[in-house]
Design a protein around this ligand. Sequence first.
Ligand SMILES: Cc1cc2nc3c(=O)[nH]c(=O)nc-3n(C[C@H](O)[C@H](O)[C@H](O)COP(=O)(O)OP(=O)(O)OC[C@H]3O[C@@H](n4cnc5c(N)ncnc54)[C@H](O)[C@@H]3O)c2cc1C
Length: 311
Amino acid sequence: MAILVIAEHDNASLKVATLNAVTAAAKIGGEIHLLVAGANLGAVSAAAAKIAGVTKVLVADAPQLEAHTAENLAALIKSIAAGYSHVLAPATTSGKNVLPRVAALLDVAQISEITAVESPDTFVRPIYAGNALATVQSADAVKVITVRTTAFDAAAGEGGSAAVEAIAAPADTGLSRLVGREVTKSSRPELAAAKIVVSGGRGLGSGENYRAVLEPLADKLGAALGASRAAVDAGYVPNDFQVGQTGKIVAPQLYIAVAISGAIQHLAGMKESKVIVAINKDADAPIFQVADYGLVADLTTAVPELVKALG
Ligand SMILES: Cc1cc2nc3c(=O)[nH]c(=O)nc-3n(C[C@H](O)[C@H](O)[C@H](O)COP(=O)(O)OP(=O)(O)OC[C@H]3O[C@@H](n4cnc5c(N)ncnc54)[C@H](O)[C@@H]3O)c2cc1C
């Protein structure tokens, strides 16, 4: 039986997280089908058909799917899931919203945030905020899985030539309705996919200070901006900046943590970064235990000096 991967997109372009989920599907082995659900999907389905390793793209293009409400998506996925051995989605906000509903509708256990595939029924997933790895085996007929995107390389977005097939969507469930969408507009790279992340913590003191100190550094490096939960809770930045156990999981080439103490819940979201730089005035801050480069200094002098040195 084939594997179904749920594509993540905004009805205009495909999100990179989809490509990570395709790689996880390839590790399971078997034919890979991609489900593209939404409205006005011409460009997205054309891009989906080019993904290397995907043999079929199922396109459900219907007005009741335009807002991607989890209830309508879950009903759609349930309607086709019986033909698949596995249903995969990236463990993003959307994937984590939809797939548990699919698992419940199919009466199977969800397997969350896998980081490795041992065999078609056995997977590795972090537990206790990443402090232990559980190897779980599932006997369910359909395995419903979310994929930690940072654990799998992106599949090639070009080179494939999948067949595209239109499928019917179930009627509107009427269970939820999109009332409005507040989209953060930013010219910076997307946090979860950025190669460089500059993150700030409570030590920044205020939203104004966060922006005044960290934006010039992020601009110089072409980096995405992130934050600790304390900085988000204090209102310095919106909560889609949050990195950590209850925020985004990132694994960039370079992660710069400014005035972040390094609580275990923060480390859970960034400790797989390739190079970690920490700037903190407290030499005993736990962040230094995971940092490749640590600077014990006051951010008000260290960060502007760094920006200046970058030229
Ligand atoms: C269930 C649960 C889930 C959680 N999820 C998350 C999560 O997803 N992400 C997350 O980040 N946290 C999360 N937390 C919160 C976490 O436990 C910490 O409270 C939080 O990460 C602390 O943020 P911080 O490092 O910015 O603040 P603090 O711990 O207050 O650290 C501030 C740091 O700034 C330094 N500092 C202060 N002033 C300066 C200066 N002028 N120059 C240089 N350094 C300075 C200090 O030395 C200190 O180390 C979670 C907690 C729980 C219980």
